[in-house]
Structure formats: structure tokens, C-alpha cells
Write a protein that binds this ligand. Structure first.
Ligand code: MTE
Ligand code: MO
Length: 329
């Protein structure tokens, strides 16, 4: 993350998360089955899917477990290790809505169950409302085919929702009347609260930001001018504001949003800063167009405790020491 410019993660640098390895799928034989509560069950080959009008959109994917180390108080030593389970690409494919329209959705339908063709048959239930909104059945990533690690030849992009719902190696979408309570929406990806109850289906990724330069693991080459830059994103919508503090949260200044400012996409921010050689604490705080603002770690822990560590979005601090070293402590 600290080596990137702009908002696009080069495909070869996209983070990877797979529960049971990367399957070796022959695209000539790969099929997507669409069945369940539909008028006409359908099977699509990759060639079939490319005949539908396509759509390209820049969206982030973030694992729900990203930054969990910060929540438990053992922050990652650099941006990649603390915030690296978030990447942003231009995805190309067919809206799931288009395919559901081809099949004809029954009035009894409420959810869809999407399943991968990998060894774990990774599956998640998604409300029909989301499936008909902005979910993409994607085959393209940053101008080329998906990388094998990203789900080649076909994956779901579920904008703004936890990474786990973005089913890779997509082979089956079943239209159903209720959530199917798969492993990854019961045993995991549920948020255990302090009272011992767990939140179900906490899909949204809340606003989060991180300064990527200067940041942990880097060294300032003496007092003078530096660019403070980083990334902000929100699963709820578009980033409207990023504030930066260099004095441990005493005062905040608006950073500039540079480049494209897109919904449910990484947004680059920048602020010119003169370092006087004293110790400094660098923090960023973002706000999206729903008015949601990134909370402090204390605010998150007060509500959510330390049992469940998914969906943590607290403000991140980096500490500049007199010798110019920037650290996580
Ligand atoms: N089929 C399948 N889809 C999957 C997974 C998986 O193991 N198998 N992992 C999920 C998780 S936990 C995340 S965070 C995202 C990560 O997507 P990426 O590897 O392209 O970054 O894919 C999701 N989709
Ligand atoms: Mo994940």
C-alpha cells in the first residue's frame, strides 16, 4: 500500500484471500448456473456472458478482517501490514440484475445464494435487493482478464460489502426465499459483541482511511516539506472529506481529494506538511456522503468490545520520532 500511487491497485499486487487455494479452471468449460426461484433456469458459458452489454466500474474490495490487529491493540508496523487487505480495481462484467432478468425472478424470491467453484464451495447469501442493485458478475480486472487469485474466469463484485461476499470462481447463483446460513455467515463473518450475542449479516464496510506516506517503516530525511498522502474509502458511498492531524488529534486540516472521487472506491488524499523536526502524530479521518465519519479506536471498542474484530474502522495513528523514523508506536 505504501508503494502505490493513485487509487488503482495493479492486478498483480491485489491482496489475496482464499479459504482453500486457487483452483485451476479452464474458461472454455466454465459455466455459471442460475436457478432456484426463477421462471427459466439458465446456464451461461463465458462466451454467453460476454454477449451481454458490459459495465466497467472502479470499486474497492476489503476483507472484513482488515485492520483487526489495530482493534486488538497490536497494530501492523506499516500500511500494508495494517491496512493491506483492501485493494481497488476497475472491474468489467455483466450486472447480475441483467442475468436475473433473463431468468425471470419469482415473486417469492428474497435472497440469492452465490457459490464458488473452488474446493470449499465458498458460498454466501445476499439479499435480492442488493443483487438487483449494483452487483457485477465480473470477468475483467484493470483492462485484462481476472487474475487466477482474483477468481478467474468469473467472480462477483458486491460493491461496498465485506470482501467475503465477493464470491470468486463463481459457478452457481441460486435464487432463494431466505438466507442459507452458510459457514461463512454463521461460524465466521459474524461480529461477536461484548454481551456474547453476534451480529448477523453486517455486510457494509464503514468509512476508513490510512496515511500511506509518511507511515510506519519509513524515514523522513530531515526537517522540511513533505506530502502527507493516503487512501480513504467507504462501502456506504462516496468520500466527501478527509481531515489530517499532525498533532495527535488536537487540530485537523482538510486534505485535498486528488484524482477520481468515486462511490465505493479508494479515494486518494494529499496535504502539504512542513516537519519541524519535533515528534509528531499523524492521523487521518474521513467522512462519506451519508455523513458517516471514521470513529476513534476508543469509540469503536466502547460499542463493540474486543470479542469480534471484523469491520474495525478506527482512526489510525503513525508516530514520527525526532530521528525521522515513522513507527506504529
Ligand atoms: N470462491 C471463493 N470466493 C472468495 C473467497 C474464497 O476463499 N473462495 N474468499 C473471500 C474473501 S474472505 C475475501 S476477503 C475476498 C478476497 O478477494 P481477493 O482475493 O480477490 O482479494 O474473496 C472472497 N471470495
Ligand atoms: Mo475476507
Amino acid at each position: 500500500m505504501q508503494a502505490l500511487y493513485g487509487i488503482i491497485t495493479p492486478s498483480a499486487l491485489h491482496f489475496e484471500r482464499h479459504q482453500s487455494g486457487v483452483p485451476d479452471i479452464d474458461p472454455a468449460h466454465h459455466e455459471l448456473l442460475l436457478d432456484g426461484l426463477v421462471d427459466r433456469p439458465l446456464v451461461f458459458t463465458m462466451e454467453d456472458l460476454r454477449r451481454f452489454p458490459s459495465k466497467s466500474q472502479i470499486r474497492f474490495i476489503e476483507c472484513a478482517g482488515n485492520t483487526s490487529e489495530d482493534q486488538v491493540g497490536r497494530p501492523g508496523i506499516d500500511p500494508q501490514r495494517s491496512h493491506g487487505l483492501m485493494s481497488c480495481s476497475e472491474w468489467t462484467g455483466v450486472p447480475l440484475r441483467t442475468l436475473l432478468g433473463e431468468a425471470g425472478v419469482s415473486p417469492r424470491a428474497r435472497w440469492v445464494l452465490a457459490e464458488g467453484a473452488d474446493a470449499s464451495r465458498h458460498a454466501r447469501s445476499l439479499p435480492l435487493e442488493k443483487a438487483l442493485d449494483d452487483v457485477l458478475v465480473a470477468y475483467g480486472q484493470n483492462g485484462e482478464a481476472l487474475r487466477p487469485e482474483q477468481g478467474y474466469p468469473l467472480r462477483l463484485i458486491v460493491p461496498g460489502w465485506e470482501g467475503n461476499t465477493n464470491i470468486k470462481w463463481l459457478g452457481h447463483v441460486r435464487v432463494v426465499d431466505q438466507p442459507y446460513m452458510t459457514r461463512d455467515e454463521t461460524a465466521s463473518y459474524t461480529d461477536l459483541m461484548p454481551d456474547g450475542k453476534a451480529r448477523w449479516f453486517t455486510f457494509l464496510m464503514d468509512p476508513k482511511s490510512v496515511i500511506t506516506r509518511p507511515a510506519g517503516g519509513q524515514t523522513l530525511q530531515g526537517p522540511g516539506c513533505y506530502e502527507i498522502t493516503g487512501l480513504a474509502w467507504s462501502g456506504r458511498g462516496t468520500i466527501r472529506r478527509v481531515e489530517v492531524s499532525t498533532d495527535g488529534g488536537e487540530s485537523w486540516e482538510d486534505a485535498r481529494l486528488t484524482g477520481a472521487v468515486l462511490p465505493k472506491a479508494a479515494t486518494r488524499f494529499s496535504l502539504a506538511w512542513r516537519w519541524d523536526g519535533a515528534t509528531a502524530t499523524l492521523q487521518s479521518r474521513c467522512t462519506d456522503d451519508t455523513g458517516a465519519t471514521q470513529p476513534t479506536r476508543e469509540e469503536v471498542v466502547a460499542v463493540r468490545g474486543l470479542n469480534g474484530t471484523d469491520h474495525y474502522n478506527g482512526i489510525k495513528a503513525w508516530y514520527v520520532h525526532r530521528d525521522g523514523s515513522v513507527r506504529h508506536e
